[in-house]
Write a protein that binds this ligand. Structure first.
Ligand SMILES: Nc1ncnc2c1ncn2[C@@H]1O[C@H](COP(=O)(O)OP(=O)(O)OP(=O)(O)O)[C@@H](O)[C@H]1O
Ligand SMILES: Cc1ncsc1CCO
Length: 524
């Protein structure tokens, strides 16, 4: 009988990464006590005799904890010690050869670095896939093979949904990124979950491998509990949505969140002033050195690609990562992402390194991220009337990226993958000033910060942030568009620039407005 393996916390050994003074078998045993569910013994440069000896002692400890052992690459060693099976890489023995040598009762896992390799292994009868590299690692030079959670999700999406094949991800996975990996990889459309995460240095390099493993196991379990708990019925009737919107907007001055913004040089000042007018505090901090210290104190981070440079990109990678670690809402404004190959690559790289809470863009930007060319871009602007089916566009991208998607324009479309809203507020003068979209990002970040600060959740551990960010995004868009409508009626507004000042003025008067009376929102 082939072993039924629980892949949840999959340890790959690496004796060269042990802390000084820690014995290999001692570390292994502690990690098994901490909850490792399957072990792969990986040895690259030892003789066969020594390999078999280490494999035997490893198996003895794994047997003590009823944990299956797989051997990396060496079918002969697996046969010699009669363990659960092997793991083969793309340059090791082909799957068919491994199966012939090992017979039907052993488990065979295959490394998959792309969709083609994954499909070939699935068709060839592999029991599980090791998908990666997700991030860079100390154990292998994978710099040209990093796929990020988004790449792994594409692999899961390509698998036959009826196939019994199991999946684990590998490459740089640690307790500080495991939640964003799990959130980012899970492919909602086919309901295919990852079966586990393979970890090397986070456990092996730890002086306390038991504690390190317990931590990882707790996070994997928390994610599963969160996914399997039937959520509170999402608020989607329009009266409740608008009540919640008013609650969020009115709570901004009380909460006064600090909103960190990596802005562009064109609109940074308007964004900072809009933040203050809404009742929050801005901080524009876009160098790597600021990110670690600042992140614990912010309510949300807005990353705007408007004038992104190589240096700012590094800060964006770091700031987004800390936001995921510290469970802060992360709002991504992919300005002009489809306009140049540098921006396309940057957008892809950012989305592979962290998991956004909200993506906000105009039709051209959302189209570019979705891989659609129905709407074209002219620099930072979107050309033409938009998509034929905007509801489908935002819903699909929200499902693919597992976040809220906001597509702005004359009408705005917002989706969290299940609920979709259309907002028909705003004023045409917004289209005549630069940065109205960037300031919309500021308002969304502010409202998401408040939603996250005020809406606690029992399942917080398994989530990347708390709060209903679909409603917070509606709140952000409405706050700006209703201020714009009011500003446009003022006598002192004589054109785009006086409108811009009046618009920011009116953002500070929103507490005097009955938002529900002025809102033109449909939720489907
Ligand atoms: N014609 C219009 N009527 C009503 N609202 C509009 C109109 N054009 C834009 N808006 C609003 O202005 C805001 C910005 O949307 P837009 O799609 O113009 O962003 P953008 O192209 O990213 O802007 P920018 O790059 O200048 O920051 C949104 O809140 C949107 O609803
Ligand atoms: C005009 C412009 N160019 C880069 S960012 C920006 C502001 C509007 O997105």
């Amino acid at each position: 009988m082939r072993s039924e393996i629980d892949y949840s916390v999959y340890l790959v050994t690496a004796r060269d990464l042990l802390p000084v003074g820690k014995h290999y078998l001692e570390s292994l045993e502690e990690s098994l006590q901490g909850g490792v569910t399957v072990v792969q013994l990986r040895e690259k440069t030892i003789d066969t005799g020594e390999f078999i000896q280490i494999a035997q002692s490893t198996k003895a400890i794994c047997d003590k904890y009823n944990t299956p052992l797989l051997i990396n690459d060496r079918i002969d060693v697996a046969l010699a010690i009669d363990c659960a099976g092997v793991h083969v890489g793309q340059s090791d023995a082909p799957l068919a050869v491994a199966r012939r040598l090992l017979g039907p009762n052993k488990v065979i896992g295959v490394s998959a670095g792309n969709i083609d390799q994954a499909i070939a292994a699935q068709k060839g009868g592999a029991d599980y896939l090791g998908i990666g590299a997700i991030y860079g690692t100390q154990t292998k030079d994978v710099s040209n093979k990093i796929m990020g959670p988004a790449g792994a999700r594409a692999v899961l999406a390509a698998l036959d949904p009826h196939s019994p094949i199991k999946t684990v991800v590998i490459g740089g996975i640690k307790s500080d990124n495991v939640l964003r990996v799990l959130h980012g990889v899970h492919f909602r459309d086919t309901k295919r979950y990852l079966d586990g995460v393979a970890v090397v240095s986070d456990i092996v390099s730890s002086p306390r491998p038991r504690k390190a493993t317990e931590n990882l196991a707790r996070l994997v379990q928390a994610f599963r509990n969160n996914e399997n708990t039937k959520p509170e019925p999402a608020i989607n009737d329009i009266d409740s949505v608008l009540n919640k919107v008013s609650e969020i907007i009115n709570a901004i001055p009380d909460q006064s969140p600090l909103i960190q913004q990596m802005a562009n040089i064109v609109t940074a000042n308007d964004q900072a002033n809009a933040t203050l007018a809404l009742g929050a505090s801005p901080v524009m901090a876009a160098v790597v050195g600021d990110q670690k210290d600042l992140n614990p104190h912010i309510g949300a981070l807005l990353i705007n690609m408007g004038t992104v440079s190589d240096e700012q990109k590094r800060a964006m990678l770091a700031g987004g990562r800390y936001s995921n670690i510290n469970k802060k809402p992360l709002i991504f404004d992919p300005v002009a992402v489809g306009a140049t190959s540098f921006r396309r690559e940057t957008g892809k790289e950012l989305l592979s390194h962290w998991h956004p809470t909200v993506i906000k863009g105009n039709a051209a930007e959302i189209g570019a991220l979705s891989g659609l060319n129905e709407v074209t871009t002219k620099g930072v602007d979107s050309v033409g009337p938009g998509f034929k089916d905007p509801y489908l566009v935002v819903r699909s991208l929200a499902n693919r990226e597992r976040c809220v998607v906001v597509m702005t324009g004359k009408d705005d479309y917002i989706s969290d993958g299940e609920r979709t809203a259309k907002i028909s507020n705003g004023h045409q003068l917004l289209g005549q000033i630069t940065g109205s979209g960037c300031v919309t990002g500021t308002a969304i970040a502010t409202c998401c910060a408040v939603a996250s600060m005020t809406e606690g959740d029992m399942n917080k551990d398994g989530k990347l942030t708390t709060g209903d960010h679909f409603i917070a995004s509606i709140a952000g868009v409405l706050a700006l568009e209703i201020s714009a409508e009011i500003a446009s009626t003022r006598n002192d507004v004589r054109g785009p620039n006086t409108f811009r000042s009046a618009w920011i003025d009116e953002m500070s008067n929103l507490d005097k407005i009955d938002l529900s009376k002025m809102s033109r929102v449909i939720v489907a």
